[in-house]
Design a protein around this ligand. Structure first.
Ligand code: ZN
Length: 309
């Protein structure tokens, strides 16, 4: 790892990529200067519901595969400590909308692995998917670095999530029938190491389901800098092509790639879009918006199913 001029402490908190984190090519270069320095990253910026759209770090691009990623980046330990300290009550307010998002995913996993078995949700947040998969007959586990989330999961659902970093937790080889990573891989600087670990813990024929924003989507191209997935919490921006390279390199065969549709309440949608903020300030109307859910088929995320070879 190249040293920077920030002294020892800074070197332990931030690192640099010298190779593409997807394909391993050394042909990488600065693509877009960030709106601020990565050194300003704080726990509140990595919340799932953070709304600092358009704020990005220095983004680099791979000349071989086109992958776009933050460089420099917070070290894995630093990221775990940022997430460990982050709290996100707004995420849980949307539990109903999120559970609707997970129904089709669990239905597809049922069809792919009808005998079920052990399922591990990586980046489990408050355990919504873990709980739903358990109700469908999976033997469930979840990994989550945020202490606030794991505590919430224990108190609200009686779930004991593994607290910590997926990459460093000791997990058994070939022990899982399914691994899910919903909006997880874009938050980490070493996606290659993460999918390699997913391949290690899955049994042959086991399925990885991964959801991540698509930088080549129509919505991303139309909104440009205003695209809501351009956020400080995201350290990598994938496309259909780069996800395929990443997974095939780690020993997976792609089964299907779909466009992901989001469901959330009108209240949540309006709180994301600042032009509606005046409607939320009215206390009588404010609670009304929470009752309506909206399904947005923006198609700007990829929902990928891949089988371990
Ligand atoms: Zn590459």
């Amino acid at each position: 790892m190249k040293q920077n001029d920030g002294g020892e402490k800074e070197n332990s908190l931030f690192q640099e990529h010298h190779f593409c984190p997807v394909c391993g090519s050394p042909s990488i270069q600065l693509h877009k200067k960030g709106t601020r320095s990565i050194h300003a990253i704080q726990p509140e910026m990595v919340k799932i519901t953070d709304s600092s759209y358009g704020d990005v770090w220095d983004l680099w691009k791979c000349g071989s595969c086109g992958h776009l990623f933050a460089n420099p980046f917070p070290s894995p330990d630093h990221i775990t400590s940022l997430y460990s300290a982050s709290e996100d009550p707004l995420y849980q307010e949307e539990a109903q909308g999120r559970s609707k998002n997970f129904v089709p995913i669990l239905n597809r996993l049922d069809r792919l692995r009808p005998k079920k078995g052990r399922l591990l949700d990586v980046g489990a947040a408050t355990g919504i998917l873990v709980r739903m998969a358990g109700e469908k007959g999976w033997t469930v586990e979840g990994v989550e670095p945020s202490r606030w989330c794991t505590r919430f999961a224990a108190e609200a659902y009686g779930l004991k999530l593994l607290e910590g970093d997926f990459f460093t937790l000791p997990l058994e080889e070939s022990a899982y029938s399914a691994v899910t990573m919903i909006d997880f891989i874009e938050h980490i600087p070493h996606p290659w190491m993460v999918v390699e670990k997913a391949a290690y813990i899955l049994e042959p024929g086991g399925v990885l389901c991964l959801v991540t924003p698509d930088i080549h989507s129509f919505t991303s191209r139309i909104l440009g800098q205003k695209w809501w997935h351009l956020r400080p919490a995201h350290l990598a921006y994938f496309s259909r092509a780069t996800i395929r390279i990443l997974l095939e390199r780690a020993g997976f065969t792609i089964l299907s790639v779909r466009r992901y549709a989001w469901t959330f309440s009108l209240h949540y949608l309006m709180s994301r879009l600042k032009i509606f903020s005046f409607l939320l300030k009215n206390p009588r109307l404010g609670s009304l918006w929470k009752k309506f859910s909206v399904k947005l088929a923006l198609g700007d995320s990829l929902e990928v199913y891949a089988e371990k070879r």
